[in-house]
Every structure is written in structure tokens, then in C-alpha cells.
Ligand binder design. Sequence first.
Ligand SMILES: [Zn+2]
Length: 305
Amino acid sequence: MATTAKKINGTQIPSPHDWRTTDDDEVNKRRLRARQESFTISNLDPQHPVFSNFRVASGSGLTYSVEIRDVRQRQFACGCVDFRTNGLGTCKHVEAVLLHLAARFRRLFKAAQQNGSNRIEVVVDSNADTLRMHNGHGELPDALQKWFDAEGNLASPDLSGECAITALKQLREAGFPQIRISQEVAGWLENRRRAAERKQLRREYELKQMMRDALDVNARLRPDIVVLDEETRTPLQEAIHNLARALAVENRLPGPASLDDAVLPPLSQCWNEALPLLRSFVAEAAQPWKPVADALDKMAPARNA
Ligand SMILES: [Zn+2]
């Protein structure tokens, strides 16, 4: 491999015919592109010369956002497709910013390499699907300990993250300019919001489906048979059980394991005035079915609206 590799501008890259590229080769390829192509780079938060966010405009006219978190341990982010998919943690835009910083702020960049970042970073942990806080220099400020545990994980996994971010933004304004909320956080929050919305829609759909199945029974039973026998009771029993399941979902209660559970606490509170009727129907075989089916139907309009 050494014989086919060549050096361009001091960067070692393998021959294009050599498919055995390593991660180092892949990083070098991007570094080379960063050198060869022309980019216009602007710092979006100049009070932080190195550990900042940069707009990188490529020659093609497209712009990308680059986040420099740590130059020694190479922690970066970029909004381009290559960065998201290559698994290298870098791309030509990141490399272009690093080259720009190393050339333009030589001493500061060297110091940044040696001393690390002074910023408190809130980043997306995509493996754990949560937010993490990272402080290169010691403990978290007291005001942040409410939101993140000692390891820097979002304190409660149930937290949407939105409230933590709002609080952090306020804190940053109030005198902690070193707090940075990663450029990846907004997209992550938006994805979470959409996922929760989809879950809610699915829940409502299932709920409606369960109710429709339950209430369909009234139309299927023969009105001339007043008291159902064991066999014809089954659809109505299932209807009660299904409607109880739907009510449990709706009221965030545990689902009924059996038909008896459907009319016992805690679900009993959901039936309102239909409860006595349903209880006697569940308990006793010989009960007229029509009032029960009507009571189930009556629960429908308000809920299916
Ligand atoms: Zn990029």
C-alpha cells in the first residue's frame, strides 16, 4: 500500500485504485479536499475564536454549519450529508475550519489543542437518544445540576429536553456565555416532538378502533331475543371488555386483565352511570342485553366526536 500511496500538499492519500482505505485515509481525503477547494468561513459567535460555530460557504454556493467542540479529541459536528453518514466524525467542511483556525489564529489554536475547551457543551447522545452535558473543566455549575446528573446525562429520561434547553438558554443569557447548546439539539428535539405526535395519533386511532369494534355489537344482535344465551352473550361481553381497554388507554390506567376487572376499580370510575347495569350483566347470565348495548352506544358520541 505504501508504494501506491502518494503525498499531496503533505497529506498522505492512497491511490484511487486501492479500495483498502482506513479511517485515517478517509480523513486525509477530506483534509485534502479542504485544502484544494475554496471555502468562505465565518465565525457565528466571535467571542469564542476556536470553540465556536462556523458558517462554511463552499464554492458551489451551498452553506454548512460546523461546530468545533474539541480539537484535541476531535469532537465536531457538521450539517452535511457526508458528516452524518461517514462515521468519521469529520468532513471537508470541518477540516476546512480547522485549517483556517490553525492558519489564522496560530497561537490560540495551539493553546486550544493543549488546554481543551472552556465551554460547557449540551450535545445529543444519539446512542442513548438523550441529551448530555459535557464540561471539560470540572464540575457543572450548581444551576445546571438540576437538569443533568453527575455523569452529565439528562437527569430524568422522561424529560422532553425542551424545558432543560429553555432553562439553559436563560442561564446562558444570565451570565454563562460558555454554555453552548449544540447545533444538533434543535433537530433532535424536533424529531422527538414528531415521534411523540405520531405516537399520540396512533393511540387515538387505536382507541377509536377499539370503540368502533365495541359499539358495533348493538347492530349485530337480534332485537327479538331479550335475554341472550351463553353463546350470544359473548359478543357483548367482548364489547364491554374492548371498551374497557379503550377507556384504560384513554385514562392511562392499567388495562383490564379479565371481563370482571373491566367493572372493578380503578376502571369502574370510567363507566359513570352505565356502571350498575354493566356490573349486573357481567355478574349474571340472565339479563336483558338491550339496555347494556344502549348504554355502550351512549358512551360513543362524546368519545367518537
Ligand atoms: Zn460537512
